[in-house]
Write a protein that binds this ligand. Structure first.
Ligand SMILES: [Zn+2]
Length: 427
């Protein structure tokens, strides 16, 4: 009963970074500046698009050199040559959620896992499916009704470039907007920025133009700095001037960022947009903020408590500090927890977290799925892993006698879509 219900209930997918479909169907690799860390991200045309998000990080962690990783994603070798480079590391890392999602994706879409004998055919079949409208086809295949996208293209509009699919809802991206320098947003607002107040006008113009079509605001600050924002005694005018002239210290940038972030929170509250905050583990292999993860969880709690007019969506269950997230969600009315990314990041912890959540926190405060991918294909594998994880967690609560079958069925629908509709509204 439970399996059938979960297989036939459509997700509201609360978090992806999908690039526009046209960048995938034009037969060219797609390069953009990643707002996360300013590096260039490439979505390749060949089969390595499957590993560009996340799987590559576990391959590097298992020993693949940075040069080989770059050769894979940017180089001009044949599909088989690329497989030969990566195969030993696949053997080392194939147990993780990041790689399981790749295997499940290629099994569902193409009937095989990657191997020496299948890599050419997976490569060819991948190119064949990339035709206009294929995003909608794959979203349907992943059992997704609507999908929320946050662009990490640093040069994009704060609310992203056009998406052809009408199944996609868009986040208004607060980063890099809150840094105090966003040429595209300034251009869109048609404001020549000289002083701090000019930049406030840029942010206001952004909300006035985009709030009505945004589903939420999203901030991925955690990759760059602490997510606490202190209200200063005075407006950081001098700091802002230094920043605009390229002379800002770390402290200047911090104060300016705090100021614009707090202003954006006020606007988000005014327009009743939920605030999505990245909390917990960081993607990649060399993020300098990684040692400060514990601080982020504390900061998120402070932020939520200081801004009761804002509704916060704390993402990725804050892994590896997910127990702390239970306390925040239990305690604060304006906090919900989102399991986006979690089912491939730490699958067993996520299974356990759903059990702990449903025995500790009101079920209405948990959002259960976001693939967190720039590539649509891998969303298919992730959504399947999430369905099986949710099924296992609910079945175990059923076996424990904690949930009746009626309660498990109700919870499944809430977690897969009902809660998201409550939090974000329906479009
Ligand atoms: Zn994300």
């Amino acid at each position: 009963v439970l399996r059938d219900l979960i297989d036939h209930t459509l997700w509201i997918d609360t978090h992806e970074h999908l690039v526009p479909e046209t960048t995938r169907t034009n037969g060219q690799p797609y390069r953009f500046t990643d707002a996360v860390d300013g590096t260039t991200t490439t979505v390749p045309v060949d089969w390595t698009y499957l590993i560009v998000d996340y799987a590559i990080n576990d391959l590097v962690s298992s020993g693949l050199s940075a040069e080989s990783a770059s050769e894979l994603l940017h180089g001009s070798r044949t599909p088989t040559e690329k497989w030969d480079i990566v195969a030993p590391y696949f053997a080392r890392a194939r147990n993780t959620g990041f790689l399981r999602a790749v295997d499940v994706t290629t099994e569902v879409l193409f009937g095989h896992c990657l191997s020496t004998s299948s890599v050419e055919s997976i490569d060819r079949a991948s190119r064949d499916i990339r035709i206009a409208g294929y995003y909608d086809t794959l979203l349907a295949q992943a059992g997704i009704e609507r999908c929320q996208v946050h662009t990490i293209d640093a040069a994009a509009d704060p609310i992203a470039v056009p998406y052809e699919s009408n199944l996609i809802d868009l986040d208004l991206s607060l980063y890099p907007l809150v840094t105090g320098c966003h040429r595209r947003a300034e251009q869109l607002a048609n404001i020549e920025v000289a002083e701090l107040t000019d930049y406030l006008d840029v942010i206001d113009a952004c909300f006035e133009r985009d709030a009505a079509r945004a589903i939420a605001v999203k901030c991925l600050w955690a990759y760059d700095r602490r997510i606490a924002a202190a209200a200063g005694r005075a407006s950081p005018r001098a700091e802002f001037r230094r920043l605009r002239h390229g002379l800002a210290s770390e402290q200047d940038r911090r104060l300016v960022g705090d100021y614009f972030f707090l202003h954006s929170l006020a606007r988000a509250a005014q327009f009743d947009l939920p605030v999505k905050i990245h909390v917990g583990y960081l993607a990649g292999n060399a993020q300098r903020q990684l040692p400060g993860l514990a601080q982020q969880i504390t900061d998120a709690g402070v932020l939520a408590q200081q801004h009761p007019r804002n509704r916060f969506v704390l993402m990725h269950m804050g892994w590896p500090y997910q127990e702390h997230m239970l306390a925040l969600a239990k305690h604060l009315q304006n906090v919900v927890v989102d399991l986006c990314w979690s089912w491939i990041l730490a699958p067993a912890s996520t299974f356990d977290f759903v059990r702990r959540f449903l025995t500790t926190v009101p079920a209405s405060k948990l959002l259960c799925f976001g693939g967190d991918y720039i590539t649509i294909e891998t969303v298919v594998g992730h959504s399947e892993l999430a369905r099986r994880g949710l099924e296992a967690a609910l079945a175990s609560l059923l076996a424990d006698g904690w949930l009746s079958i009626e309660a498990a069925v109700t919870a499944a629908v809430m977690l897969m879509r009902g809660n998201a509709e409550q939090v974000f509204g329906t479009r």
